[in-house]
Design a protein around this ligand. Structure first.
Ligand SMILES: [Fe+2]
Ligand SMILES: [Fe+2]
Length: 388
């Protein structure tokens, strides 16, 4: 796999991980109820277990951030987070990927360590992974010192496997949803709706713009990465546009243009159905995806479609994607037009600044001309359908 594609795959992986953690947070009450049930059921065999907990790992910050446990319906925050390095025995279990005994408490006496361990004196820990990524640690805790012997650790390991499966099931809709998004992105390419190169380029331009304006706009890395991942899905609604219009070699009639413009509503409908089908409507990150699909053809002066939104009413992520998309569409050879040289495309984008396209986004493109040209050179050109 080439480097850009590998990086994109890793980004999808991180998105799945992030959404799963978010879903874990939202599903805390249901996970906690399952922990309680299990604790009651195994109470006679394992009376020393007083709490079952799942500490959720935040891969971006490299620490355990939240706790779902059998004592609380709500998610418990570990404040600024608990770095695994503060509990070497736990870090070693995570590295080995196997469960085991934690007889020693963490040496650090931070508030976050107290929140994680509370008054428990010994624990059996079991790292869990989702789709190959470390996701969190299951903890079976006791207030008794040396409460667990080797046979207990083994038996608890079986319960931990069951709970891992249960948590994975609880969160599997997220994995499936992200898989669906990847599929949708590839589908657009396979059906010759856009060339893969156009999608790659415009996603990279969009990321470049987002990064450039991040400091001034207070955007975090997660926003930048989500713009990069979701940008290639902007025209996903085109899968519902008939080939005779989509692939027409000449310009479109007024009626055909209306059908083509309908790709925005179709795309939004597809995304909304997927979000609803997978029960993920409460995940805030997906609003960014909806905004990109819904508003990538809106122009600052209100002359865009479908809603004719103007200025700040157009979400920033859609303004970023619109700039990236227009720039690359100009440079693309279409069935009915030649490709523009980059210098001319940049001039045209500069002309559209402030009237059609966001000033800051265009300024970012013009500032980073060398990087823009490098991205342009990196991905091969092909012939694409109507821009829509
Ligand atoms: Fe579009
Ligand atoms: Fe496009």
């Amino acid at each position: 796999m080439d480097a850009p594609r590998l990086a994109a795959n890793q980004s999808w992986h991180r998105l799945a991980d992030r959404l799963a953690r978010q879903a874990g947070i939202l599903n805390a009450a249901s996970i906690s109820a399952k922990f309680r049930q299990l604790r009651q059921r195994i109470g006679r065999r394992q009376p020393a277990i007083e709490r079952i907990a799942l500490a959720l790992y935040d891969s971006r910050r490299g620490c355990l951030r939240n706790l779902v446990d059998s004592d609380h319906d709500e998610l418990q925050s570990l404040g600024s987070g608990f770095p695994l390095a503060d509990w070497p025995a736990l870090a070693a279990l995570v590295r080995s990927g196997t469960g085991g005994l934690l007889a020693q408490r963490p040496a650090a006496t931070s508030t976050n360590a107290e929140r994680l361990c509370q008054a428990f004196a010994s624990s059996v820990a079991h790292p869990i992974t989702l789709d190959g990524t470390f996701f969190g640690v299951l903890l079976f805790d006791s207030a008794t010192v040396d409460a667990f012997g080797a046979p207990d650790v083994e038996e608890i390991g079986i319960y931990a496997e069951l709970l891992s499966t249960m948590v994975a099931q609880e969160l599997s809709s997220v994995q499936m949803f992200v898989g669906g998004l990847q599929l949708a992105r590839n589908l657009a390419h396979l059906r010759d709706i856009e060339t893969g190169a156009h999608l790659d380029r415009m996603a990279h331009y969009a990321r470049l713009i987002a990064r450039e304006i991040a400091a001034a706009r207070g955007l975090d890395d997660e926003f930048v990465e989500h713009v990069f991942l979701f940008a290639p899905l902007h025209d996903i609604g085109k899968v519902g546009v008939p080939d005779c219009i989509l692939l027409k070699p000449s310009s479109l009639s007024e009626e055909e243009k209306q059908v083509m413009d309908g790709h925005v509503a179709l795309g939004l409908d597809m995304i909304d159905r997927m979000i609803a089908d997978f029960g993920l409507s409460r995940l805030p990150q997906l609003e960014l995806l909806r905004n990109i699909v819904a508003h990538h053809h809106e122009y600052l002066d209100g002359s865009g479609y479908p809603q004719g939104l103007a200025a700040d009413a157009i979400p920033l992520e859609a303004r970023i994607v619109a700039t990236a998309d227009v720039l690359d569409a100009l440079c693309c050879r279409r069935r009915y037009k030649r490709s523009w040289p980059m210098a001319e495309a940049l001039e045209e984008v500069a002309r559209m600044s402030g009237s059609k396209l966001d000033r800051e986004c265009v300024a970012a493109v013009l500032r980073c001309r060398e990087e823009v040209e490098a991205i342009h050179r990196r991905f091969d050109e092909g012939t694409a359908s109507h821009p829509g």
